[in-house]
Design a binder for this molecule. Sequence first.
Ligand SMILES: *Cc1c(COP(=O)(O)O)cnc(C)c1O
Length: 492
Amino acid sequence: MLYKSTRTNKKAEFSSAYVIKNGLATDGGLYVPEAIPNITFKDIELLCKKDYPNRAADILSKFLTDYSYDELFEDCQASYSDVKFPGGAAPLQFPADNQAILELWHGPTAAFKDMALQIMPRLLSRALEKTGEKRTAYILVATSGDTGKAALEGYCDVANTKITVFYPVDGVSKVQKLQMATQTGNNVSVCAIKGNFDDAQSGVKNIFGNKEVADELNKSGHFFSSANSINWGRLAPQIVYYVSAYCDLVNSNKIKIGDIVNICVPTGNFGNILAAYIAKLAGLPFGKLICASNSNNVLTDFLTNGTYDRNREFHITMSPSMDILISSNLERLLYFVGGADLTSKYMSELKANGKYTVADDIFKKIQESFVGYYADESETAQTIKKMYENHKYLCDTHTAVAISCADKYMQETGDNTLIITASTASPYKFARDVYKSLTNSLPTGDLEALDELNTLTGEQIPYPLVDIDKRLVRFENVIDIDDMISEVLKSI
Ligand SMILES: *Cc1c(COP(=O)(O)O)cnc(C)c1O
């Protein structure tokens, strides 16, 4: 299986190791496989009998064909072990009869980014070997909170890698900030910027595209690589849990193989939901993919009227990992439904005017699979309260957005097909807002909120967040957007 850029019609020529190593294509596009492999009902039947690491190795081996099965199996075993994910990597919960919640946050940073970022550094490490690379891979990350910590945790002290994380100074929760500021490891650094997530992401993209910086790096034996969800190494492992969830539904007798289920995903950069779409293209019987947004509802509008328009007010919400106005992975969807020429055209319109409108036939194809809904702050809070009071199910703010949107979808359409809703963070990662939603009052402080939420509900605090305030703070730097380049050059 070879890979190509979303912005060219040239024949696919890159191995998966190459695209994982390089992240972004040289023409600015994102890497996509030349074809989507099949996952048949027979495959699903066999996968049903396996545990998560085995399912992951089987599915990844269809996409990453230049990795041997043994290599993938070894990496999956290490990444999704019981030590890293106590109680299993991606368990399903059933708070109500026709509600299946896919919990993706049982890993080392208590957010779903671990599902990909535990394994990706291992894949990169092998990719350096496979491509004969002698230089150190320098990972630059722009984060709205969860990616940064998950990447730091994944890359920490991995040989031949170095990582710098930029985050918006007022765009992450106090717990997220502490998680990053206290990161251990000799190859890591963390830096806040005066701007929002889109500023951080554009800043990183600009550094990636800067020839002089690249030359400096090269001279000192480094090259840039990305851990953002634009990297195929992030996306591929996310396909696995949708297939795995389908198997678990079969195993728990909720469905039979072949039955259709809908998927609802709290969406920011469009990576998580795109992975569900790829699983669908591969043959999983998925019906509608419900794209759930918060008040930054640029995707809801796009999926409703075909115009993507980022020229709008940016809202800071209690689901900060979805506070995004440019959803980079949407580019891959445009490519899958419209091909490289249209993708290039829309992306240059987006760059020039901040908006584009897709052609009618393209929009139709998108709407065959996707619907968009959003939940505002008060609906999100009400959902947290309702889920806890009615079902004793404690969910975080991002998951609440998705549950609210799934409810709206069912009410508006009357489609009662079972929905798998992705749960992307532990409620303790956003304890302040979860506590506030439940009690209508604020906890004593953001950190005290962890214990107070625990006292209120009795739900266990996940292991990565226990005693977070007692760890040594290592990174407190706040810089201007214009200083991102010098910050990078400083650390090589
Ligand atoms: C990253 C993140 C999201 C958004 O996922 P995308 O793949 O960017 O769409 C949603 N919820 C949480 C908790 C996240 O960390």
